[in-house]
Design a protein around this ligand. Structure first.
Ligand code: SF4
Ligand code: FES
Length: 322
């Protein structure tokens, strides 16, 4: 086992564990945000830089710090490593810059975006972003397109995290969409007008951290904070049939997979459960689902978010010693 200290909290992890996974093992505020890493998708991470941390000691045999901040989702733990996340002003400053960077092309259309209230970028900007932008150039603009019968792609909002590409690659039989072109011309697109039409394609909606991929059967039907999430299940031959139903009174407005506290799906669900079963009779309702997030849908109102304060490293603290 390897010993790692993150923000003064020490834990032990197996070899091959990344700093982000070690932080999630500890839990709480010291866990770095992740906009592209997804534990259930192989190869994800390393794209958005929102999980940057400072390595102040590499390992027991190499006590030097790393020369720059590292992406915690793709940096493996070494024995004796010391890492700073919220104890480092440098990391918090860098995170502000990352938010500003991610928002360069992302429109601030939250009032009309279906993802508002459950958007990872909205949360990240609220906690770490600046109130203004310095960006004066023209933003990229794309037409909205349908990729598949039930999925709308709104490329203006995409932050190129690649999660949807990994879903299509790892969950479906024939991937027909991916990132086309390079650099600032990169965009999510389908290959020669193909549509995404396989049994698990709807999961791209759930993994998308922003409102770039939305469910056409739910679009503009309601704000997420007006619907109640319920744990439901049914017998399904394609997936486990365990889902979350978002209900307004007796009506099911949408079906999604069940997400954990890091916004990741507990299980991927099939399109039949997601798009075709909107009748209450189709499901066994287990009861209300607790949404473990600090954003609007967990409370039906915006909680007052306490800005991350910088915890001083142990050696700089001045409290009297016992
Ligand atoms: S569409 Fe969503 S999931 Fe796909 S790359 Fe863009 S932001 Fe990521
Ligand atoms: S979550 Fe680590 S780079 Fe995106």
């Amino acid at each position: 086992m390897l010993k790692i200290t993150i923000d003064n909290i020490t834990t032990e992890v197996e070899e091959g564990t990344t700093i982000l996974q070690a932080a999630r093992k500890i839990g709480g505020k010291i866990v770095p945000p992740a906009m592209c890493y997804y534990s259930k998708l192989k190869g994800s991470g390393g794209k958005c830089r929102s999980c940057l941390v400072k390595v102040s000691r590499n390992s027991t045999v190499d006590s030097k710090p790393t020369s720059k901040l590292v992406a915690s989702c793709s940096t493996p733990v070494q024995d004796g490593m010391i890492v700073q996340n919220i104890t480092s002003p440098e990391v918090l400053e860098a995170r502000k810059a990352i938010v500003e960077f991610l928002l360069i092309n992302h429109p601030l259309d939250c009032p009309v975006c279906d993802q508002a209230g459950e958007c990872d970028l909205q949360d990240l900007s609220f906690e770490h972003g600046l109130e203004t932008t310095r960006y004066e150039e023209e933003r990229r603009e794309f037409n909205q397109i349908d990729i598949g019968e039930n999925i709308k792609l709104h490329m203006n909002r995409c932050i190129l995290c690649y999660r949807c590409v990994y879903v299509a690659d790892q969950l479906t039989e024939k991937r027909v969409h991916g990132v086309l072109f390079r650099g600032d011309a990169s965009e999510i697109g389908t290959y020669i007008g193909n549509v995404v039409d396989n049994d698990f394609s709807g999961n791209v909606i759930d993994v998308c951290p922003v409102g770039a991929l939305t469910d056409k059967t739910f679009r503009f039907k309601s704000r997420v904070w007006f619907v109640n999430p319920m744990n439901v299940h049914r017998s399904c031959t394609k997936c486990s049939g365990k889902a979350a139903a978002w209900m307004f009174g007796d009506e099911i407005y949408r079906i999604t997979g069940r997400k954990d506290k890091y916004g990741e799906l507990e299980e991927f669900i099939c399109n039949e459960c997601r798009f075709d079963k909107k009748d209450k009779k189709d499901w066994v309702i287990e009861g209300p689902r607790k949404i473990d997030r600090h954003s609007v849908i967990s409370q039906n109102h915006y909680e007052k978010i306490v800005k991350q304060s910088i915890i001083k490293p142990l050696e700089e603290r001045t409290e009297p010693q016992e």
